[in-house]
Design a protein around this ligand. Sequence first.
Ligand code: AMP
Length: 558
Amino acid sequence: MCLICSVVCSRGQHTVLKAMNPLFPNGLILINVSFREGNSPDHHQNITYNQLLRSVCRCANALKLLGVKKGDRVAIYLPMIPELVYTMLACARIGAVHSIVVSNFTDLIELNMCSTDGVYRGDKLINLKKIASEALERCKERYVPVCCSLLSEEPLFTSNECEPEWMDSEDPLFILYTSGSTGKPKGVLHTVTGYMLYTSLTFKYVFDYHHDDVYWCTADIGWITGHSYITYGPLANGATSVLFEGVPVYPHVGRLWEIIEKYGVSKFYTAPTAIRLLMKYGREPLQRYDLSSLRVLGTVGEPINPEAWLWYYEVVGQQRCLVIDTFWQTETVKHLQLSKPNKNKVTCPFFGVQPAVLNEHGEELEGEAEGYLVFRKPWPGIMRGVYGNQERFESTYFRKFPGFYVTGDGCRRDKDGYYWITGRIDDMLNVSGHLLSTAEVEAALTEHPSVAEAAVVSRPHAVKGECLYCFVTLKDHKEFNRTLMEELKRKVREKIGPIATPDFIQNAPGLPKTRSGKIMRRVLRQIARNEKDLGDLSTLADPKVVEVLFSQRCEAAA
Ligand code: AMP
């Protein structure tokens, strides 16, 4: 079944909510609440747990009225507003399996998902309704579209009570399509109890959550981080949290810091891509706000380069906060390692996590080593399958090294037994027989004061086999020229060695990223190789970036 959830979502959305929903009295704060911060700074709302329960029940009753029942799959296409959380939880309450589509997937047809109106992110209007209608038209043969407008008419007036459906612990809770940074998205299937257990437990211990904390995760709910650490983890712990609808630089570049001050956020969770974006604007925007409430700073999604780590620790956390680097995946739903403030080092595994490092032949490496990061033994929060494709599930995660869960990431274990993530195995390069990690080269490039962000991919080379093709995004007002290129090459040579000297360096005003902020290196590899058939780009946040990069690609070595 395919469900369309249509919500009126505009700059005046807060007013719409108040006007249409008598259950949201303004300004009433009880003990535990969610703070909802709109796209615009004057749109905010407090939602108590009691109100949340009633909204979820009403939404659950509305879904039932529409014919949704236990086991049905419900696709949700909504922006970052409370109704998204209500709809997810309403599905869970009646035993339906939700599948959330991030609200700017450009091609929904493979995902068979739909829904609606429009939303402002920053000053950009995204016409969700149009995208959803087109997708619906294309998949109407196979799915039953049901349209419901959550903020209008009868769904609002259903009962405030809805008996929860009794579920088996292994019943499916949701399907989530992974970011697909390396290929066509996969529908990762999670089940009720294992997922809930792991998200609530990791939330409590990894963020050291206490009752007087105010927690904020900036992720999109359409990404596993948002599912786990905006919806299920914090809510299962009765946490006070912030739900932010907007973007970090609207209406000004200090917006995140403003929100931290406004709500007294103590636990903050974001991605390296956001940190690098904000670093570009320097310290001044932070100095305007009081960030003394902060205690723990989390990061997730990509290896965090040392420059970004230090900025997070020193400038945002004022050298006072614990920085935790959480490595995990849509598939695993558990924090595999945590880090201490010691520069980009991912350290100890979370309870029950048993990592191992294997070489190409599947042999386990002891002590100091570099190789494939795998996990021994299953755990409750592990995915239960790839929706509709058992073969892909087995071949992707278990076939390469029988008896282990294969993360697809490389890692290094140092002499102290600490783990360092070196990036996706697919992103490793082999230059003249030397295996190089793209993450390390990128970290060297971003140490240069002019560079805001870097992405490195391989390009075939007649002599070396492969060589390095680097994309660099410069900080505001910095100029891309030959001197800079020479400095960057020198930097990499000094940090890693002459073997890693880049052959190509391209100025990249923007990088192709998924909505969750991951750089799509597959696309960059194709640009570097001038391969025009880019395959599935449905998870790309801004397709225009690709055209620009193609038009400026380097033909000759630098
Ligand atoms: P996703 O499931 O889409 O969130 O992607 C999971 C992948 O993101 C992992 O396999 C890693 O490649 C990468 N990743 C996530 N968190 C981290 C981290 N803290 N450090 C390095 N890589 C990470």
